[in-house]
Design a protein around this ligand. Sequence first.
Ligand code: ZN
Length: 133
Amino acid sequence: MEAAKIKYILTQQQIEKFCDIMGVDQANVEQLNALRCLNAEYIRDILIQHDYHELTKGIEYLQTLKKSYNYSEIKKALAKAYKMPENEINASIQGKNNKTMHFCTKCGKRITGKQNQRTNGLCSECLVDTLDL
Ligand SMILES: [Zn+2]
């Protein structure tokens, strides 16, 4: 798949994995994907984190099968599978990816990850509204 498309759409395999993890209806996601209405980068972030967790959790198990992958090899495999540079895979795994977006839970405005942590998901304006005077 060409790079420009990767930014906006998910592969069928990614859709299936996402629906499986999130328990959402696949037909709807496929439709939205075809319309390029999904935040593909954000969803891919979720998938990468999920894959990394699953794979590293299984490192000991893999060793018993005489398949001793290390963390760096797993990251390399993810970079290949998602056609992304390893530094982006790293950022994604560490949750540091600036493509991970946060939105105010009240008004929907985009907020930073730092703000999200500080206010438990509210933008500054909505946080002000919660102050009792
Ligand atoms: Zn708000």
